[in-house]
Design a protein around this ligand. Structure first.
Ligand code: TPP
Ligand code: SF4
Length: 277
């Protein structure tokens, strides 16, 4: 695990301070991601970070790589274009839970189906932060949001199970309460050859914490600690015992040929068939 603090070089410090509220977990997720990138020793010129719109999606503006701050729900579509144009690039998507599973849900499942080698980190604060704390498809049952002031009736998506079912080949979940584990799983995601998805549970004290009376950022992290269970432990328990728990860890690592490799192969075959070279 990387112990160095040399991640400042990846930041556009001229764009600081960030727009994020004090105690927001977005900085913790970005910190873990940058430490994983640093361990990988990636050439910053070959890294492309693509985001949608939302508090978390502002991360791309603070990072000193090639960055694209796109439209709400569309980062995967842009990232797919970039990766197909140049498969040598390390294409990273940073996105919110609303961005990924509401407006962007369709792009997400099809990228997983293709197993295109994009690495996707979902900053999951269980709510729409930027637009004032509305419900997202990942808001837990019974939780309050500005659009569900008496509690959310809708069953939330489990993004890891969707990713697995749709065909993503690396699927994991981490929490800001455990940044070292978060970083380790991010590193594995970056090393993976295929569509890698990480659900990164983070705290929005301004909307989720306040509306659900969990308290400030420290209380939210404490809440995470008390409600998190590892996938290894969860597998030994009956379903009712883990109903309200956040299950963390790596759920899937699979090997299936990555999409741009299949695309290259098909191109070569077509050229051979048509030109005989
Ligand atoms: C097409 C479109 N619809 C809606 C919006 C308004 N909008 C901007 S950010 C956002 C929600 C962001 O929530 P999430 O993706 O969970 O990110 P967070 O802000 O919580 O990090 C919405 C609905 C928009 N910008 N564009
Ligand atoms: S509103 Fe929530 S998600 Fe947005 S910056 Fe503030 S704490 Fe973070």
């Amino acid at each position: 695990m990387s112990q160095n603090n040399g991640i400042r070089k990846y930041l556009r410090l001229e764009h600081y301070p960030t727009i994020w509220c004090a105690g927001c977990g977005n900085g913790q997720v970005v910190g873990a991601l940058l430490r994983a990138i640093d361990t990988m020793k990636l050439d910053p010129e070959k890294v492309v970070v693509v985001s949608g719109i939302g508090c978390s999606s502002r991360a791309s503006g603070y990072l000193n790589f090639n960055t694209l701050h796109t439209t709400h729900g569309r980062p995967v579509a842009y990232a797919t274009g970039v990766k197909l144009a140049n498969p040598e690039l390390e294409v990273i998507v940073v996105s919110g839970d609303g961005d990924t599973t509401a407006i962007g849900g369709n792009h997400f499942i099809h990228a997983a189906r293709r197993n295109i080698g994009i690495k996707m980190f979902i900053f999951n604060n269980s709510i729409y932060g930027m637009t004032g704390g509305q419900c997202s498809p990942m808001t837990p049952n019974a939780c309050r949001a500005t659009t569900a002031p008496h509690g959310n009736l809708d069953t939330p998506f489990d993004i890891c199970r969707i990713a697995e079912a749709a065909g993503a080949t690396y699927v994991a979940r981490g929490v800001t309460y455990a940044p070292v584990k978060l970083e380790a799983m991010m590193l594995k995601a970056l090393q993976h050859d295929g569509f890698a998805v990480m659900d990164c549970i983070t705290q929005c004290p301004t909307y989720f914490g306040r509306q659900n009376k969990i308290g400030g950022p420290v209380d939210m992290i404490q809440w995470q600690k008390e409600n998190t269970i590892s996938v290894e432990k969860a597998q030994k328990l009956p379903p009712h015992a883990i109903e309200d728990k956040i299950v963390t860890g790596i759920f899937k690592t699979d090997l299936r040929t990555e999409y741009t490799k299949l695309y290259r192969r098909l191109n070569d075959q077509c050229r051979k068939d048509e030109c005989g070279d």
